[in-house]
Design a binder for this molecule. Structure first.
Ligand SMILES: *Cc1c(COP(=O)(O)O)cnc(C)c1O
Length: 399
């Protein structure tokens, strides 16, 4: 079985049978150009130093590792540690790759960075990175989402990006992707489409993973220093899969460290209302790459649902599909009720309000800790903070 994870993907963008560039030839030429520019620039000291300086002095890296003592004591069993990506500037891990993409755009002499956003998290992180780097930014967002996500909408406007409301179709994420993509195709030579996770055609799954892998590089060294050993288990939530790949990459060669990706089980795996792509999906293609997808008999993406809007994607990053097939990462689902319980419990035992996305990973750690020995440890990637979810949860639980 192929285990050369660190050399992945191959030069066609494949992780085993997943990934690639399922796109028209004119777009393939553009993507190859982005790959060439990335491969060239990433090897230069100037680029790495600029990115590293921004991680330290703009994002606030390294993010700490926190031993959640009261949460661990409450659950019993293994001790739970949190990698605090929630403390990053802009409140989540997304800024790690948005800075990389904005710097690459500047380096390539692009005039505009474009993207879609669902809940607005990717939009705010990208608008911040573009303001910092000094490049135009245009974000497409469905009208339904604009109405729901007011705080992020005003932040994007304050940050100076052009916000384009999308009124077609379901007026949510999928239509925003189509709309942003059409704008991109008007001038792909001068624009950069900044994909928000480890998805899309090659080289984006590789590039976004590389930019996010700072999380695991820091975490592995920090944990060794703290505990003199590696964690027994590392847990992260999976939407498209960027925070999880960012955390897992450095641990992949450590066979003794169990890696667990947590998908949104929504209202239950026996209902249509979930987004557990790796747990229940089948091999297919979406947005220019092949991966596990939740699809109907004709191969069209099914509507997906999660209480955490950052997790409701009917595809998943190609490297996760490969890691599932070879058994290196295990994928589990956590439902809305378990997620909400973890959201409230972490808030009330540690004074940390997690993003609903991250609460899925916390919930799995809470559940599995009880079955493990007290000398064992679990490291959870706390991908973001829950400020954006506070009003929703308070309403939902009638607090
Ligand atoms: C967007 C988001 C996610 C999901 O994206 P991945 O690419 O799967 O990491 C998870 N957590 C937070 C806080 C997010 O904002």
């Amino acid at each position: 079985m192929q285990r050369n994870f660190l050399e992945m993907p191959d030069n066609q963008g494949y992780f085993g049978e997943y990934g690639g560039q399922l796109i028209p030839p004119e777009l393939k030429a553009i993507m190859d150009g982005i790959n060439d520019a990335y491969e060239e620039v990433r090897k230069t000291a100037a680029f790495q130093e600029e990115l590293s300086d921004l991680y330290t002095n703009y994002v606030g890296r390294p993010s700490p590792i926190f031993h959640a003592r009261r949460l661990s004591a409450r659950q019993g069993g293994a001790r739970i540690f949190l990698k605090r990506e929630d403390l990053n500037h802009t409140g989540a891990h997304k800024i790690n790759h948005c800075l990389g993409e904005a710097l690459l755009a500047k380096h390539m002499g692009k005039t505009k960075v474009l993207a879609e956003t669902g809940a607005g998290q990717h939009g705010v992180a990208l608008a911040s990175a573009c303001a910092l780097v000094g490049i135009d930014c245009e974000i497409h967002m469905g009208e339904i989402d604009i109405a729901k996500e007011h705080p992020n909408v005003v932040k994007m406007k304050i940050l100076g990006c052009k916000l384009v409301p999308v009124s077609r179709g379901t007026r949510t994420l999928k239509d925003a992707v189509d709309s942003a993509f059409e704008e991109y195709m008007k001038d792909p030579v001068n624009f950069l489409y900044a994909i928000g996770s480890v998805v899309g055609p090659h080289p984006f799954p590789k590039m976004v993973r590389d930019f996010q892998s700072i999380i695991g590089r820091e975490a592995r060294a920090q944990f060794l220093k703290l505990e003199n050993k590696l964690p027994d288990m590392v847990v992260a939530c999976v939407g498209g899969g960027s925070n999880a790949m960012g955390m897992f990459t450095e641990f992949l060669p450590d066979e003794a460290v169990k890696l667990v990706g947590v998908e949104p089980g929504g209202k239950g795996l026996d209902t249509p209302d979930h987004a557990a792509t790796l747990t229940l999906g089948s091999k297919g293609a979406i947005h220019g790459f092949s991966c596990y997808t939740l699809q109907d008999e004709q191969g069209n993406p099914l509507p997906v649902y999660s209480i955490a809007s950052g997790l409701d994607y009917p595809g998943v990053g190609p490297q996760h599909c490969y890691l599932k097939d070879i058994g290196r990462v295990q994928y589990e689902a956590i439902d809305d009720a378990e997620c909400l319980d973890a959201f409230m419990t972490l808030s009330r035992t540690e004074g940390i309000i997690p993003a609903l996305e991250s609460a899925h990973a916390v919930a799995y750690a809470m559940k599995i800790a009880k079955t493990m020995a007290p000398e064992q440890t679990i490291l959870v990637n706390l991908s973001g903070r829950g400020d954006k979810d506070a009003d929703f949860v308070a309403n939902y639980l009638s607090l």
